[in-house]
Write a protein that binds this ligand. Sequence first.
Ligand code: NCD
Ligand code: ZN
Length: 365
Amino acid sequence: MNLDAMFDHAAAGTAPIASISIRRPDDWHVHLRDGALLRAILPFTAAQFARGNIMPNLTPPVTTPAAAKAYRERILAARPAGSDFQPLMTCYLTDATMHDEIERGYAEGIWIAAKLYPAGATTNAHHGVTDIPALSPVLERMEKIGMPVLIHGESTDPEIDIFDREAVFMEQSLFPLLKRHPGLKVVIEHATMAETLDIVRAHSLRMAATITPHHLVINRTSIFQGGLQPHLYCLPVAKRERHRVALRKAATSGESCFFIGTDTAPHLRSRKEAECCAAGVFGGATALQTYVHVFDEEGALDHFEAFASLNGARFYGLAPNAGTLVLERRECRVMPTVPIDNDEVVVFRGGVTLPWSIGLVTVAD
Ligand code: NCD
Ligand code: ZN
């Protein structure tokens, strides 16, 4: 492990680590949007991560190799000068997805995974899959070629309590899917429940879960603390405190089936502070500062590099990034909002003093 720790010898005994150096990390779940929003928010992700798994829920969604290629080009063109950020593309599964086209995009290196949104489960998921068993030919092909499926794991049955939708999805949809496709690689995206983490652990030879920064620091009460907090509303919605505790345990455990996926999902303030608030938290600008603080609080800084930089790459069969990123226990304050045209995006934990900062980034070994 490339963990280079500096100790403050003045504080004898429990010498605090002042900084850690890790291989450059990856974000395995990021919404970069498009147009002016893409240009405004990409610099934050590019400053933190070397690669990102780009979510395909644009309007219209990214369903074809041509659309993924074009979107990748737009992301590359929007990078800040000097950035080497690499977008890794994903394909949006629909009822009409063809297995040959999925394979072609994968074989040609256009996308590395496909995203399964149950139809209507979240933002821009209305083109998603209405009948998961009917998707079997596509999933069979993905199983055969070793292409992972990334799952938004929530039931879309409006009768189901919103706080139970993840658990119900696992029972009703995930278990049968795992049975039908015993070799399929599966990522449960933005896991929010203790029981989900145990399911992933039990199948960790071929399963993994991403964990967001916000689900490590807020619980469902936070969304209502002092009044309704629209900027803390995302899907899957934050759950009870016991789940937050379980997520912190899993993320910081060093288990290889858990890795970063920020689910950074910016929406304009006018779409959040609206009669009907859009789901999504813009956590990309403070992600590493938040994650590393959690690892510090849990006494697990020695596991941070695995979670941030190694576990995900191994799951996807990719080499870890070259270069290093230093995180320092030094206070920082990230801007509270990012302006976009005549509107803005509110930054998760923006404007507040964070105990950890990003230090030097080197791009080569
Ligand atoms: C995401 C978005 O806004 O695109 N929203 C969210 O609440 N996480 C979609 C998603 O990942 O569910
Ligand atoms: Zn997402």
